[in-house]
Design a protein around this ligand. Structure first.
Ligand code: FAD
Length: 470
């Protein structure tokens, strides 16, 4: 055996552990299989044991025992990540935080929760408490944990208004446990939050989150159809700039994907329609539709506030047609589909979308998510790619970058190659401080594993390096 798991169990008296191989295998996986490349590379990965602490004290006890026995620890919220982030490359412990999940306080504008709390449940509690809602969530709202979102996610529903997790103010404070003989709790705020956000749990275990809340609205789903993709993208971009219209999500998916892949919505979506999917506050629906009428060719295909009970039955919210749910729905119909993550930088985003899609034809189907980054509306893409070979996939990414659209590669499991998070000397120094033995989620941070790795590339990163984060 690689590690002394029996000794670990003896030390973890009173903390739930699981070593049934089928259950261990299940909790050693996430949604890595969206990528044909990661599927090939990571399919065999499995932990030795699952440890499920339900309090900060139990997390500290587990880390201390693991440190003493030199057993790696890979944290896991609910395992909905897409890049194998929560997969234990070196085996050892998967630290299952899903049972450490209470919302501990709700105040005006903020809440405090344990890391395993599922986003939908937090939202339900804050709405019931004081008509407040979480500002930002991934489309995996119903299943993802808040700790996993902060450590593994980037943004999603709400990003049209609030930006992403990379943006100031979207996380208020975190408590983080270090991996040492006697683990410490660090309380992080401001600049220091960037050390842990989207770091895949490589430099500490989040044991408490404090996050912002906004006023809770009733959200209406509206899908508009356009005859031309360009018109749909131009409209969506202009709509995003209408600050008076409260929006929570704004996406464009090119024909024929909506009709072909959104099976429950199919009856509303003509095959030739390019769709703009909008989550808009109930009080703003009429104004939004009036604004849309100024853009030629828009046609209302569905609005959830006008559906009969019969029509609404079984219909998922539109945010579950967006973000990586678009990919999921496409994959279920056509297993040869995979995807990319693309940034179309402000201010030429609409032209760039047009040029890139003209170049690829139906090998790459356009899917845009509009976001407000640093006060500017632009779009992020999760285009659907007809997969033929890993070589061709690389080529498609290179062409995007050459045309001016940076790729955040979802076919890589390391932080640096995934391209959202840059490592630098500040990040490395924090890793040395919080995890001197390199036992947290090993194999995910190249700059740590390979001292010769040059992290100073000219690449665009979504989360800025800390040295330049000011
Ligand atoms: P996990 O997958 O369990 O973990 C994610 C990472 O965080 C791992 O590296 C893990 O080691 C680490 N981690 C977990 N908990 C902790 C902790 N307490 N302390 C330290 N590290 C920790 N992501 C988005 O950002 N936006 C989207 O819109 C979005 N849409 C998605 C749609 C689909 C269909 C799918 C399958 C995925 C999508 N994702 C999206 C990715 C993922 O669902 C989210 O990022 C989600 O928030 C991850 O939460 P989780 O609890 O599942 O985390």
């Amino acid at each position: 055996a690689r590690y002394d798991i029996d000794a670990l169990k003896r030390r973890l008296n009173g903390i739930r552990t699981e070593d049934n191989p089928a259950l261990v295998k299940q909790k050693s996986r996430d949604f890595f299989w969206y990528s044909p490349k990661l599927k090939r590379q990571l399919d065999h990965v499995v932990a030795d044991i699952i440890v499920s602490p339900v309090s900060e004290a139990q997390v500290l006890e587990t880390l201390s025992a693991a440190h003493a026995l030199a057993i790696p620890v890979t944290p896991r919220g609910t395992g909905t990540g897409n890049y194998g982030q929560a997969m234990p490359l070196s085996g050892g412990i998967v630290l299952d935080l899903s049972g450490f999940n209470k919302v501990t306080s709700i105040e005006a504008g903020r809440y405090v929760a344990e890391p395993g709390a599922v986003l939908a449940r937090i939202d339900q509690e804050t709405r019931a408490h004081s008509r407040q809602e979480i500002r930002l969530h991934p489309s995996t709202y119903h299943t993802a944990s808040v700790g996993g979102f902060i450590a593994g996610g980037s943004g999603g529903v709400g990003s049209i208004k609030w930006g992403g997790l990379r943006d100031w103010g979207n996380i208020i404070s975190l408590r983080v446990a270090t991996m040492e003989g006697t683990p410490r709790i660090l309380e992080l705020q401001g600049e220091d939050l960037h050390k842990v956000a989207h770091a895949y749990g490589t430099n500490g275990i989040i044991t408490q989150v404090e996050m912002p809340l906004g006023p809770a609205y009733g959200w209406v789903d509206v899908i508009l159809g356009f005859g031309e993709l360009r018109a749909a993208a131009e409209f969506a971009n202009a709509l995003g700039e209408q600050d008076g219209l409260a929006l929570k999500n704004l996406a464009v998916v090119a024909a024929p994907a909506p009709h072909d892949y959104f099976l429950r919505h199919k009856k509303f979506l003509p095959r030739e329609s390019h769709c703009v999917m909008i989550m808009v506050a109930d009080f703003a629906v009429e104004s939004m539709l009036a604004f849309a009428r100024r853009f030629g060719g828009s046609q209302v295909l569905m609005r959830s506030d006008k559906l009969t009970a019969e029509e609404a039955k079984g219909l998922p919210p539109t945010f579950e047609l967006g973000w990586n749910h678009t990919t999921l729905r496409a994959l279920r119909v056509d297993p040869s589909i995979t995807y990319l993550q693309v940034l179309y930088p402000f201010p030429n985003q609409v032209d760039l979308v047009d040029k890139i899609h003209a170049r690829f034809g139906d090998e790459v189907t356009c899917h845009l998510e509009f976001v407000r980054f640093d006060g500017k509306i632009t779009c992020f893409g999760l285009p659907l790619v007809r997969f033929t070979s890993e070589e061709r996939l690389e080529e498609i990414m290179t062409i995007h970058e050459e045309m001016g659209a940076p790729i955040f590669n979802p076919h890589r499991y390391t932080l640096e190659e995934g391209g959202m998070k840059q490592t630098d000397e500040v990040q490395l120094a924090f890793k040395r401080e919080a995890d001197p033995q390199g036992l947290l989620n090993p194999g995910k941070m190249i700059a740590w594993e390979d001292p010769n790795y040059d992290y100073r590339s000219g690449k665009t990163f979504l989360f800025k390096a800390l040295g330049e984060a000011g």
